[in-house]
Design a protein around this ligand. Structure first.
Ligand code: GLN
Length: 195
């Protein structure tokens, strides 16, 4: 199994470290050429979604990645990555991949609560530490979107098909459970595909 980690901006190294801990190979996706390589899942890391979006278009990576996601490649998106997947972003006209029918609010916790840590449960995964850094949350989701996690009545984790999106940063804590669940989705897809 090989994971493609979007490595344009933000906290991609931390995801790579997590994958190394789990003994999973990864490649960095830095330009359109990289998208021709073989990988079985995609990680969209945290960072600054507006910058990431501009780079994705500027480097000619947007439509290929969007197509791969629409074709069902498993995706693990954290924080800014969650914003990239949302079909609507509050007070912003332009979504990025728009592959999950939901609305997100950026920097949703305000300044004082910009960063915080908690422990809570994620459906299919169990109890995990959650580090939020100027995080978004989901304000609206279509019924077809499965809600995986909420903190203080705010939706902070969802699954839509094989796309996982979390408002927090599992790559910054020691628990590897979320990454393991993502790997399970990849294995399931691989076992369904004809050899
Ligand atoms: N505030 C960032 C954004 O709006 C997300 C923060 C993060 O990824 N840690 O894109």
């Amino acid at each position: 199994m090989v994971i493609g980690v979007l490595a344009l901006q933000g906290a991609f190294i931390e995801h790579e470290n997590m994958l190394h801990t789990l003994g999973v190979s990864c490649i960095e996706l830095r330009n359109a050429e990289d998208l021709k390589k073989k990988y079985d899942g995609i990680i969209l890391p945290g960072g600054e979604s507006t910058v990431q979006r501009k780079l994705l278009y500027g480097l000619g990576m947007h439509s290929t990645l969007q197509q791969q996601i629409q074709n069902g490649i498993p995706v693990l998106a954290t924080c800014a990555g969650m914003i990239l997947l949302a079909s609507q972003i509050e007070q912003q006209d332009t979504p990025c991949f728009a592959t999950i029918p939901m609305t997100v609010r950026r920097n949703a916790y305000g300044r004082q609560l910009g960063s915080f840590h908690t422990v809570s449960t994620v459906k299919h995964v169990g109890t995990v530490p959650m580090t939020f850094i100027r995080a978004p949350y989901v304000t609206k989701a279509e019924p077809s979107v499965e809600l995986l996690a909420s903190v203080d009545d705010k939706i902070v984790g969802v699954q839509y098909g094989r796309q996982l999106a979390f408002a927090f940063h599992p790559e910054l804590d020691e628990s590897t459970r979320i990454h393991q669940y993502f790997m399970k989705l990849i294995e399931e897809r691989q076992s369904q595909q004809p050899v």
